[in-house]
Design a protein around this ligand. Sequence first.
Ligand code: ZN
Length: 500
Amino acid sequence: MYWGLSLVRNQEGKQKVSTGISPSGPIHLGNLREILTGEIIYKSLLLSGKDASFIYLCDDIDPLRKVYPFLPETYSAHVGKPLRDIPAPEGNQSYSEYFLAPFLKSIESLDVKPEIIRTGQLYAEGKFGDIIKTIIERRMEVRDILQEISGRELEENWFPYNPKCSRCGRINSAVAYDYSDGYVYYRCSCGNEGKSNIYRDEGKLPWRLEWPAKWKILSVTIEPFGKDHGTQGGSYDTGKAISEKIFDYPAPLPQMFERILLKGKGAMHSSTGVNIPATEILDFAPPEIVRYMMARVPPSRHIEFDPEAGFLNLMDEFERLLKMNSENRLDEDQKTLLSISSAGKSMDNMPDYRHLTTLVQIYMNNEQIRNVLERSGKRYPENILQARINQARYWVERYAPESSRFHVLDEKSPVTLDEKGKKVICNLLENIRSLGEWKADAIHEAARNAIQESGIPPSEGFVAIYRSMIGKEKGPRIGFFFEGMERDKVERRLSFLCGV
Ligand SMILES: [Zn+2]
């Protein structure tokens, strides 16, 4: 059974999947696994005929932890303030919205459409108020649970609420010392003394209490999370106990997920430069491939992403799945995988990505590429075709390995060929001239025959052709390659080399 369906098969009643992020910097591919794992679980619930919804929490009231390498030194003045209160590195919006906006746009392109909830807004609307009151009133029990399960001792003056200082604006430097009638009283290291209204965004719960509080407030029933939260005595374990014992709410069904590693570079971090921004993935990867990459393996397995040659192989693998689907050869698991990857959209008529990576190296202009495809009887919806061409172009420029790159030589650039090589070229010219239609299969056949007639091994024959056309020993499949070029141009090039 597909892992998503298997995970949710015993869930009963209304289901709500929740994931989220603390928008403290550029959001990278690794974060996509979290939201896409949520999306896959959500779609699995729907495929199982269950009543389900999906929410995404932006923890914009979390404090800025430090001056990250991508920030100017002036941000040291903002460390400790909630992300939503800090100005963005550029423009007029807040720090959190600045990093969220492009990410939210990316997930929309991926057909992931959860209800987006800003945690700061929940506090501002007083949604956390009653639960904060409960936690404060029962703080001795809460404290015991946290200490017992995490094995960590809490300080003598521990208080389950972090007030936001009304003077310096920091949410991690004031110490709460009393509670009365909806207000937490605090003293801040900046010298300020004040009180926070627990029904406003004047403070927040510590992470280990905020997480289960969200479960209860938002009625979460399933939540995927990274393995850092899932260690023994970690925040899921304490959250579960708090939720059950203090809030009388069953902890959501957990699903831990492994990390995404960048091939040859290891784990991705925003701070080390070993990452691909989530927004950049869609510059070269069609949405269904990003979804497929996450859906094809269970969350317990790490994903090693190779944006270079491995990416094309992933594309090929997905295209094989589509082909099998068109031949009615998919088993149930593969059908589920395809349905989740394609977000329920028809994938019957999609341009071949690998072929496009060849065409973009022949033509600078998208219009020409469309004409070439139409000439060989292939028509696609304009928006899909344009997006695919641009993605293939981006991939070639940015990620294609040397073996996938080429440049078509000018008609009259000289190439040294031995006698046999020259014979292949002359035979090829002759065979091509007698071709009826300019079609990949026929061209490929013409090339094979030309090599055979020359009496040299196929591998050497193809080397002669590639050397003549692109000055390399290998290249894209001859049939598609030539079909993608103007027939006249190919003939003129071969004539020049053959000397006729
Ligand atoms: Zn202060």
